[in-house]
Design a protein around this ligand. Sequence first.
Ligand SMILES: NC(=O)c1ccc[n+]([C@@H]2O[C@H](COP(=O)([O-])OP(=O)(O)OC[C@H]3O[C@@H](n4cnc5c(N)ncnc54)[C@H](OP(=O)(O)O)[C@@H]3O)[C@@H](O)[C@H]2O)c1
Length: 321
Amino acid sequence: MQSTQTAIVTGASRGLGRGIAEALVARKMRVIGVARDAARLEAAAREIGCEAVAGDASDDALAGALLAEHEPDVLVLCAGASPPLRAIHLQTWESFSHNWHVDTKATFAWLRNALLLPMKPGAHVVVISSGAAVRGSPVSGGYASAKRAQWFIADYAREEVSRMKLDLHIQVLLPMLNPSTELGRAGIAAYAKRAGTTPEEYAKRFMPPVTPEVMGRGVCDLLDQPETYKDAAYMTRAKGSGPLARLACASRPSSCRARACSLPRLPGRAAGSSTPRPPRASRCESVPWANRSRAVAASTGWPREPLRRVRFLVASQEGRE
Ligand SMILES: NC(=O)c1ccc[n+]([C@@H]2O[C@H](COP(=O)([O-])OP(=O)(O)OC[C@H]3O[C@@H](n4cnc5c(N)ncnc54)[C@H](OP(=O)(O)O)[C@@H]3O)[C@@H](O)[C@H]2O)c1
């Protein structure tokens, strides 16, 4: 039996968006896929069993019209441009800002309309950002900053939801680079070339890979287990107990109330040593950011303000996408 629930998935014609559309169809939702290439989208829609609307996801008018017409219960913003893959000095401003004009603009357009309408009570919006939003992406122009901006926009929208007392859930998923899609394979090839290795060798660091199926499962887990997945953002992974790893508060360090925030510990001082320990990639537990900041300031003698910067530095030292 067809469920009465409707979902819109942007970027549904291939890659991660297609996996998400398939997962939602499998849970008997009516799914409307959006992508620009009409022929490719329609072929995919026939295989998936969803409807197709060809269009540019960054078009504000299209976003508003589709939300008003279909009143979706679920909106997944997965459409994203393939970043121009070259070093910073070989970019132009146009190439560098490419993802801002697609990924970020689309997130802005859909969330803006979702709030203005507003979407129906209980509706759920999932924004697909990237692990690059945490780790950076030095060969992908403005990709990482565009994906980070998606995350900020989602945070701002969550704040308005609470101010407007709307019953609207907005969350962000951050998948790691993976060889499962065209975009991911191009990225891995570029980073492998830069590292002087083969794409196959380079891809090993992202094993097991995030796949379209893993993304589909991740989105379904957010929808099905709201009590478990209450936070604003989750890393999407293919290992461990499930596809979602908590990633609380990276865009709002000062409001960190997470019981198990997955951000790395700040450097502390080893027992009996005056030298701060090198940063560790372990998890912080139960400590609000302001308290951690004070604690580290006390143990290192560093002034408090630069500690915010240290925290992001630590995150970027974990490795890059
Ligand atoms: N694969 C990875 O390694 C990886 C890692 C982290 C995050 N992500 C993010 O996950 C999302 C999906 O990535 P993917 O790897 O699945 O990419 P992909 O295989 O290149 O698929 C991109 C999808 O987005 C659509 N699209 C692109 N620009 C669009 C636009 N302006 N309007 C409407 N649709 C548009 C494409 O269809 P048309 O070209 O026909 O429009 C296609 O359906 C992206 O936001 C990406 O940044 C991917």
